[in-house]
Structures are given as structure tokens and as C-alpha cells.
Design a protein around this ligand. Structure first.
Ligand code: AMP
Ligand code: MG
Length: 329
């Protein structure tokens, strides 16, 4: 099989809908990353998604709906907290975890009695979900452990030989996955960080916890290797150009081909391929995964330089730590 890449429009949405109706899988754009969609009611179809991605089957999928009025298709216990967060942040990059409804296939939630619900902000994504008339279970449309795809081409690179159709909506605006929030208790608990921060949620609800390492078993996905390029990677938090140059020079002397990713101030660094991630935290999130995919083709090691601290950039820091499998120095 070789995936067709079709610009997302009425006609391609119709083609995608027909595949979903038969229990097949279709990759589609959202504002966060590209998703690999399947009917959340079709257990067999959902199993295919795990196979295509090589995803561990204890890692649950998020269910996507087109409108808040469709939550009853996914849960019969929509908590006040979940409603408040969706009313405030959705459509947008947030996933609320609530009790799983009976019709959702057990494969979607990997046997958990809870389910994650998201309403994407991208209009064409919602048009596609609406056309299928079912909630769509959709993880990121990459091979497990790889950087998530933020373009149709990146989806094709990873899984183009395993799926029939990729709906192309251009480059994703947000660029990292949604903030996943457990909404089953009094206080929201962030299970996976994202563009929407703890502070954003506190402003709406008054309180918000973040799952600690010992409690991350609540969100099975966070324990796995994730978002990693095929080459080595090192990450630094600094605005000191000299420090970056010293680090790069050491690596070059050791025989490495260095790809430097960071802001414009680093563009003249010698002996590297440079990829500009922009200036703001939002820019860095938007261009990060694509830079990893370009970088792995150009060098033997990627050096990622973060010029800002973790404060207000918790989602980005989380992805960068996972990508390099260690600390940011
Ligand atoms: P991905 O599909 O690659 O964006 O990953 C989905 C993330 O959401 C993983 O970290 C999952 O563990 C998490 N997730 C999905 N459903 C649930 C759930 N019911 N409870 C806790 N975490 C969930
Ligand atoms: Mg993923």
C-alpha cells in the first residue's frame, strides 16, 4: 500500500469518510500534530492503529469530536471540571480525561475505564470528524518513538507504506501535542504538558496539579521513549553564544557533524548546519519536530539551544527532555 496525499477539502474528506466507515485508518491534520484517525467504536480498526505505529498496546488513544455537544458519544459522566475546561479552551490543544462511555471500544483506552476527549481547533479537522459521524480515536500519525509529524510529508515518511490516505492541511500551527488533563476529581491534574500551561488552567479553575513521576502511571504514554530523532541529541538552556560555540567545537573535534537548532542569534555559528526555530516559545514549539526530522538527515548530532527557562515553556521542555533521553544542560 502507498498512501495518497490529498489536500483536505470536501472531496478528500468524503474519501476519508468512506475509509473510516469500513473500519480503516486515515491521517488528518490538526492544529497540534497530524493524527491517525479511526472510528473509536471499531475495536478491530483501533488495533490497526497500534500496529501501524508500533505503539505499545497499554498506551491509550485520545478520542476526537467536532463539537462539545458530542461529548455524550464518548462519556456518560462529563464532569463540571471537564465542561469548564472545554468551554474555556476548546476547540483547542487540550484533552480532558473523564469516565469512558460504553460504546467506546476497549482497545481505545487500553483497558482503562477513563477516556481522553479533544476538540481540535483546526476547522478542517472538525469538518472531517463531523463527516465521519463517529468520534475518532487518533494518536499522533508517526511511528512510535519518532518525532510527531507536523506536515503531511512527515506522516508519509514514517507510515506512508501502511495507510491508504493522508489528508494534507499544511504545517501544524501549535506543533506539539495537546495538554492532557485528568478531570475526574476536584482538582485538575496535568498528565501531559502542552501549550496550555498549569497557570492557564489555574486562572480558569483556581487550582491545578501536575502528575509527579510516581503518579505518571495514570497516563501510560508518558513512560515510553518518545519524540526522538534517529541521530544523537543534546539540549542546552542558555543565551550564552560562547558557551554554545565551545560545546559545538568540542563535538566537531570529536568527529561529529553538528546540526544546531535554536534562535537567530546562533545563525553565524561556524562548523554547523543551523536551523532557525524562531524567537518565541510558540515559534519553538511550532518548528521543533520538523527541525528534528531535518536535522537527523543532515548530521550525526543535533544540539538544541533553548534561550528561555522552563517557566511558561513546560510543554516544550517536556518534549525536548524526552527527545534527547536526558537532562537539558
Ligand atoms: P498521543 O496519542 O501520541 O498524543 O498520546 C496520547 C497521550 O494521552 C498519551 O500520553 C496517553 O497516555 C494519554 N492518554 C490518552 N487517554 C488517556 C486516559 N484515558 N488516561 C490517561 N492518559 C491518557
Ligand atoms: Mg504520540
Amino acid at each position: 500500500m502507498i498512501a495518497k496525499i490529498e489536500k483536505i477539502n470536501q472531496e478528500s474528506i468524503h474519501n476519508g469518510k468512506e475509509i473510516i466507515e469500513k473500519g480503516g485508518v486515515v491521517a488528518f491534520p490538526t492544529e497540534t500534530v497530524y493524527g491517525l484517525g479511526v472510528s473509536a467504536y471499531n475495536g478491530k480498526g483501533v488495533s490497526q492503529v497500534f500496529e501501524v505505529k508500533g505503539r505499545p498496546n497499554d498506551n491509550p488513544l485520545i478520542v476526537h469530536i467536532a463539537d462539545i455537544s458530542d461529548v455524550s458519544l464518548v462519556t456518560s459522566n462529563f464532569t463540571n471540571l471537564a465542561r469548564t475546561l472545554l468551554e474555556h479552551f476548546a476547540p483547542g490543544p487540550i484533552t480532558v480525561v473523564v469516565d469512558k462511555g460504553d460504546k467506546i471500544a476497549d482497545e481505545v483506552t487500553a483497558g482503562l475505564d477513563s477516556v481522553g476527549i479533544r476538540i481540535p481547533e483546526l476547522q478542517s479537522a472538525r469538518d472531517f470528524i463531523k463527516a465521519t459521524k463517529v468520534p475518532l480515536a487518533a494518536p499522533s500519525a508517526n511511528t512510535s518513538t519518532r518525532p510527531s509529524p507536523t506536515t503531511a510529508q512527515a506522516v508519509f515518511e514514517d507510515i506512508g507504506s501502511k495507510i491508504p490516505l493522508i489528508l494534507d492541511g499544511g504545517a501544524c500551527e501549535v506543533g506539539i501535542e495537546s495538554t492532557v488533563v485528568d478531570c475526574r476529581f476536584e482538582t485538575p491534574i496535568i498528565l501531559r504538558s502542552g501549550k496550555i500551561t498549569r497557570e492557564d488552567i489555574e486562572k480558569v479553575w483556581g487550582s491545578c496539579d501536575v502528575a509527579t513521576n510516581t503518579s505518571t502511571v495514570r497516563s501510560p504514554g508518558v513512560k515510553y521513549k518518545h519524540y526522538s530523532p534517529s541521530c544523537k541529541m543534546l539540549a542546552m538552556n542558555t543565551s550564552n553564544k560562547v558557551l554554545v560555540e565551545t560545546t559545538v567545537n568540542k563535538l566537531v573535534k570529536a568527529g561529529e557533524t553538528v546540526v544546531l537548532i535554536g534562535n537567530e542569534t546562533l545563525k553565524d555559528t561556524s562548523f554547523v548546519e543551523f536551523i532557525n526555530l524562531g524567537t518565541t516559545v510558540d515559534d519553538f514549539m511550532k518548528y521543533y519536530y520538523e527541525a528534528l526530522r531535518t536535522g537527523e538527515k543532515l548530521g550525526s548530532i543535533i544540539v538544541c539551544v533553548l534561550p528561555f527557562t522552563e517557566n511558561h515553556a513546560e510543554g516544550l521542555y517536556n518534549r525536548v527532555r524526552k527527545s534527547c533521553g536526558g537532562d537539558i544542560v
